[in-house]
Design a protein around this ligand. Structure first.
Ligand code: BES
Ligand code: MN
Ligand code: ZN
Length: 502
């Protein structure tokens, strides 16, 4: 799908479908008045019937039958103008895209939002529009037959219409940014959606290498032999039940000055989580192919950082294993010696994510990080606490947590903070080892983070539990069912504001 910018008056554009964003109670804008006239008053009528008033995500389709160069006009509500956010624009663009995607149209034009007269944030508006369009166009169709694929309808080309006052070059560069960012989100979504038979730890390694090959990233891989020489005892404990060998992937983006301390991202890369000997129930176990979504977010963010040439040093670490029950699997009661030297009593082999992250966080220290952020589909308890609407954030540095919360609001990938008081450490005390890997049912998301805190000893660190946000059962405005690619846009937004916020 080709996408380009064009300076024009929306009502003059010849297109299969003209999409116009409308603020609530904004139907008196000159352009909409003119449109209403050309439609013979249908717009006012729709408003009177309360069929369309510009409320958030409301939409209505008109066929102007020759009164306009456009064959169709799709109006999409943006909500009250005073409450306008980039996320609302992204959502409106996504909803509009879903509407036109069902129709096999040639070329569609987006004039969104209509308040396109204000110059100041036009580039940001264009970027949000393009993100909504590109992300809504995503489908996971690699495994569909040719016929099923062909029945997938997408417009051939999209034109984003900008007003006279706009700086075309700035809008084009905003479009380019949206394309790079969306590409990185799509990479993450594809990784999450890939089935477990294909997606082994070795497959994640290959895909990280592909991302490096298509960009300026450097990729280093530690194999099983190297991991045991180094003493990744916690990671290797989890991996030993699977015939598929574990790896530690390290991606490197050198965008800052030489010697400048890097930001380190760590992502959980469990390619399938059966629970191991503490086997999960069968229902929805298929979804546990998404248990590497943290790793996917890290690979996606690294790719975005390289494509967008972010002026920082950034390291992405993905420990990757498969958690399986077998005669060689680790057992409840086992005591593992982690890379940090701390011993861990395994009370439940299904609490495997924190084990591989423990060693990855210890390894992160070698990069003398400015700060470390880990992402993981870590606890079912997180879904109980926050549902699918928010990622949980916890950390040992409130300024870092706050800037992540801010990036969450700006990107639309929202976060909610949970406390990480020392009081919770009680729950993960072991009688026979330095720490145990489960803290019981109360505060499951917090005790998992309290466990990680023991391995993030002396650097600024935040943990994101994406168990509820990495996978979606329903399609939403610009997210289809399945892997959401959560984390990529959040982290890119965070990294872009790094100077001013941390
Ligand atoms: N990968 C799961 C967490 C998860 C559950 C993510 C549902 C997404 C959806 C994790 O490895 C896990 O199994 N956690 C256990 C921990 C418990 C045994 C302490 C859980 O949440 O039940
Ligand atoms: Mn598990
Ligand atoms: Zn898991």
């Amino acid at each position: 799908m080709e996408i380009k910018i064009r300076k024009a008056s929306p009502l003059d554009v010849k297109t299969a479908c003209l999409v116009i964003g409308v603020y609530e109670k904004g139907l008196s804008e000159p352009l909409l008045k003119e449109l209403d006239q050309k439609l013979g008053g249908l717009l006012r009528q729709a408003q009177r019937n309360e069929e369309f008033t510009g409320k958030n995500s409301e939409h209505i389709l008109f066929q102007p039958a020759g009164h306009l160069p456009a064959e169709r006009v799709l109006l999409i509500g943006l909500g009250p103008k005073a409450e306008s956010t980039l996320e609302k624009i992204r959502q409106a663009a996504g909803i509009a895209m879903q509407q036109v995607a069902g129709k096999k149209l040639g070329q569609v034009a987006f004039a969104l939002p209509l308040g396109a007269e204000e110059k100041d944030d036009s580039a940001a508006h264009i970027q949000a529009t393009a993100e909504g369009i590109l992300l809504a166009a995503y489908r996971f169709d690699q495994f569909l037959g040719e016929k099923a694929k062909a029945s997938r309808k997408l417009p051939k080309a999209v034109t984003v219409v900008i007003g006279k006052a706009h700086d075309k070059q700035a809008c084009e560069s905003a479009l380019e940014k949206a394309q790079k960012l969306s590409r990185a989100v799509v990479v993450a979504r594809d990784l999450v959606n890939a089935p477990g038979n294909i997606k082994s730890p070795a497959y994640l390694v290959e895909q990280a290498q592909v991302a490096a090959a298509e960009s300026t990233l450097k990729c280093k891989v530690l194999n099983k032999k190297k991991l045991s020489e180094e003493g990744f005892g916690a990671l290797l404990g989890v991996a030993q039940g699977s015939i598929r060998e574990p790896y530690l992937i390290v991606l490197d983006h050198q965008g800052g000055n030489k010697g400048e301390q890097p930001v380190v991202l760590v992502g959980k890369g469990v390619t399938f989580d059966s629970g191991g000997i503490s086997l999960k129930p069968g229902e929805k176990m298929d979804e546990m192919k998404m248990d590497m979504a943290g790793g996917a977010a890290v690979i996606g963010t690294m790719l975005a950082a390289a494509l967008l040439e972010l002026p920082i040093n950034l390291v992405g670490i993905v420990p990757t294993v498969e958690n399986m029950p077998s005669g060689t699997a680790y057992r409840p009661g086992d005591i593992l010696t982690s890379l940090s030297g701390q011993t861990i009593e395994v009370l439940n082999t299904d609490a495997e994510g924190r084990l591989i992250l423990a060693d990855a966080l210890t390894y992160a220290k070698r990069y003398e990080p400015k700060l470390v952020i880990d992402l993981a589909t870590l606890t079912g308890a997180c879904i109980i606490a926050l549902g699918h609407q928010a990622t949980a954030v916890l950390g040992n540095d409130q300024k870092l947590v706050q800037s992540l919360l801010d990036a969450g609001e700006a990107s639309g990938e929202r976060l909610w903070q949970l406390p990480l008081w020392d009081d919770y450490d009680q729950q993960i005390k072991s009688d026979v080892a330095d720490v145990k890997n489960t803290g019981g049912r109360p505060a499951g998301t917090i005790t998992a983070a309290a466990f990680l805190k023991k391995f993030a000893g002396d650097f600024r660190w935040a943990h994101l539990d994406i168990a509820g946000t990495a996978w979606s059962d329903q399609s939403q405005s610009y997210t289809s069912k399945g892997g959401t690619g959560v984390g990529v846009r959040l982290l890119v937004t965070f990294l872009q504001n790094l100077d001013t916020t941390t």
